[in-house]
Design a protein around this ligand. Sequence first.
Ligand code: FAD
Ligand code: SF4
Length: 507
Amino acid sequence: SQTLLLILGDQLNRNSLIFEDVDTKTSHFMMAEVLDESSRYLSSKQRTTVFLSAMRHFAENCQKDDLPLFYYSLDKRLASFSDALDHHLKNTPFKTIRCVLAGDYRVVKEINHWTNQHDISIEWLPDQHFIARQGEFKRWLSERKQPRMEYWYRQLRKERAILMSGQSPVGGRWNFDQDNRHAFSQKGPDALAETHQFKPDKITKDVIKAIHQYLPDLPGDLDEFNWPVTLNQAKQTLDDFISQRLAKFGDYQDAMWLDQPFLYHSRLSVALNLKLLSPDEVIDAAIQAYERNEAPLNAVEGFVRQILGWREYVRGLYWTHKQDWLQMNALNARRELPQLYWDAKTDMTCLNQAVMQVLTYGYGHHIQRLMVTGLFSLLWGVKPKAIHEWYLAMYVDAVAWVEVPNTLGMSQYADGGIVGSKPYIASGAYINRMSNYCQHCRFDPKQAHGEKACPFTTLYWAFVDRHHDLLSQNPRLGMQVKNWQRKSKSEQKAIRKHAEKLHRQLP
Ligand code: FAD
Ligand code: SF4
């Protein structure tokens, strides 16, 4: 019987199991661009372009190798994966589908549902892209009372002998965070190397045209489109990071600076998440730079931790709670997402910068996501599902397995402590310490009420006030409650009043 080998948009990996032992007499490949994945489940113009252009380049590459591949592009106007499968089944019968596990549980459910209805069997293959093998995280988790990323990361390092010298971590420590997290001095970052310019080729231009034609209302714009969409470009992005940015990655991992969207960050998440690059090769490249003395250990360990630690950890957690994430709302947050998330229209310089960047490039680095857009939403009390849908739509690297635990867990604490042990809350003072945004802002991060009050600071205190029971229970946050309680009654009243005013009228 015929087997359909289905390749989804974030599975652009020629080393995946779907390419193993393919009998082209009895099986064929299929890829499809479907409208729902951009409009019903919103995806910005930048994100949609990266996905579709990378898919088309990948398909072209497979076809060059004479692999039998059916490709349905946007102009077929197929609404959903179910539609695409219906359409394909009519023309090319098959009895079985094989597909590497999708990166979004919703898609797994949709395809399972379709196969049930059509009496077709489905085989989900393990995703070999990741470092942890199928079942490994589950086993690890089952042996832990209080699972934390740090221990998972150490285990992977030991087992895979990554940055190890014998049984000990290279440099004698697992973690160099205390050497990292610097802010820039007043003069800001040194001149940064130019990023690669990947001029849109014919395929990308066709995608852009199709988006304007079939999906014109998607948010964001495409004037500055410059993401890697081929294997070659992904490798160039990796080389650029290793040679130009890695050395300072650790020091300035958490720093922000006006009009500097990328700083020393790798911009590799999109190439990794589309599976153009493997985490192993990215980690190897960083370790080789360390061994050649081209990057210090704090930078290399910091970078490896993000990929081997956080990336693998959040993936494990996503699949552990796959059914439940979208119902989580531990803080009972009920507000709508403020309009400024869609147009960057705000006097708050930090938010204006972070959102403008997302609209322009589909990118924000981790601290912008966590401590600007994420923090504001947390303090404001946005419904977890609404802020999740925004993150999933707007960032080029967003795929549910990584976006969901980061947004609903790490950033919004909707999970009540699965990803992190406490809500990441801070006032404007944090943003002031880590950036020069406040120097270019009409608000004052030190003021919590009054005309110049920084909304982050006001809302931070209002959050501590609102959630003081929860925060008091956490040894690391109890101090913040005490600081609130130390304020005079009239000060507390003025802050509460100012917070209410902000909720009526956002600046
Ligand atoms: P760098 O700073 O250069 O980091 C190197 C790599 O480490 C990244 O490419 C990424 O693969 C990995 N990494 C770093 N932090 C994390 C993390 N917390 N979780 C998983 N991987 C990590 N990352 C995504 O890939 N997709 C998302 O949809 C996504 N959504 C996020 C939403 C929120 C609210 C937050 C706080 C973080 C989110 N992240 C997401 C994690 C992180 O912010 C991005 O991976 C990173 O900013 C991508 O830029 P970069 O490649 O320049 O990263
Ligand atoms: Fe953001 Fe407040 Fe600083 Fe303005 S003063 S940039 S709103 S933290």
